[in-house]
Design a protein around this ligand. Structure first.
Ligand code: UTP
Length: 295
């Protein structure tokens, strides 16, 4: 079985839900406490042994490349003043071992269009996709959970989770088939169905391991009503050729593409941080007390 060595991170979206913050700063560079969102995804990819990370980006998102490049000036300054730990934070050694590639998406024609741009780099290997907007926390990372299933079956596998039916119209939703241990077959998948059309309450979340067959189907997928090529539509067509599995994600997940998810992730991570957690807990307690007095 092919080892998964390559990951695609699409980061070219406009991030309109985060305007005006995303006007000059890529949404993916907004930090949860002190680390940009995109770095959490890169670390998750590195943890499963990914060797090459392909960003689908745009010229206005130059700071993403700068973030992963080695910064000699900062390194010299910090090491010369004995701050080696900070130097390692700024330029983690592990980044030096990763082959970072950048492909520009000239027009924001959707996630499917973005992924198709990586075709020549991926060739015929299986590969991972990580949407940096989705932040996952679990002892075994989301991508690692998918990798185990891919290794066991050789089938493409997508992370899914249960969604409140009121929000189902925002997601790609699967029609689940046979359940096999910690994964299930996908019978069908629909992009952003209405609540009535939704075949289940199980929606795709931002981690995938796909066989390169997907490119054949992405090339044939037409843009939808919003002029975007949807990855979900290509996956739906691919189901006619090969089995695709869904793995129910076990762990915490934050949709940091939305303000609510972003704030929740910030609170959750601050409560895990040894330097911050006591102060944040007492701050939250104070707010609760003030609110209960007011009510
Ligand atoms: P989203 O739809 O969540 O991001 O895409 P967006 O379009 O940037 O955000 P809003 O809805 O306007 O606020 C999920 C991921 O896919 C990337 C985004 O950068 C994000 O990481 N993406 C989306 C692309 O790379 N290209 C696209 O054409 C669309």
């Amino acid at each position: 079985m092919n080892k998964i060595k390559k990951a695609v991170l699409p980061v070219a979206g406009l991030g309109t839900r985060f305007l005006p913050a995303s006007k000059a700063t890529p949404k993916e560079m907004l930090p949860i406490i002190d680390k940009p969102l995109v770095q959490y995804a890169v670390e998750e990819a590195i943890e499963i042994g990914i060797e090459e990370i392909i960003f689908i980006t745009s010229p206005s998102k130059y700071s993403i490349k700068k973030h992963f490049d080695f910064n000699q000036v900062i390194d010299n300054k910090l090491r010369n003043s004995g701050k080696d730990m900070l130097a390692e934070l700024a330029n983690p050694n592990i980044f030096g071992e990763i082959d970072f590639k950048y492909i520009n998406q000239d027009e924001q024609k959707g996630l499917g269009h973005a992924i198709l741009l990586a075709k020549d780099y991926i060739q015929d290997e299986p590969f991972a996709i990580l949407l940096p907007d989705d932040l996952f926390f679990s002892d075994i990372s989301c991508l690692s959970q998918l990798t185990s299933i891919y290794k066991e079956t050789g089938n493409s596998v997508i992370a899914v989770n249960k969604i409140d039916p009121h929000n189902i119209h925002k997601y790609g939703v699967i029609d689940p088939g046979k359940v096999e241990g910690n994964y299930m077959e996908i019978n069908n998948i629909i992009e952003k169905p209405s609540r009535v059309e939704a075949p289940s309450d199980i929606a795709v979340c931002g981690r995938y391991i796909l066989n390169s067959t997907i490119f054949e189907f992405l090339e044939k997928t037409h843009a939808d009503g919003s002029d975007e090529i949807q990855l979900t539509d290509a996956i739906k067509s691919m189901l006619s050729k090969e089995k695709i599995l869904a793995a129910m994600y076990h762990g915490e997940k934050f949709d940091c593409g939305s303000k609510k998810g972003f704030v929740e992730a910030t609170i959750a991570i601050s409560l895990r941080d040894n330097d911050l957690k006591d102060d944040i807990k007492s701050y939250i307690q104070n707010i609760n007390e003030v609110n209960s007095k007011d009510n």
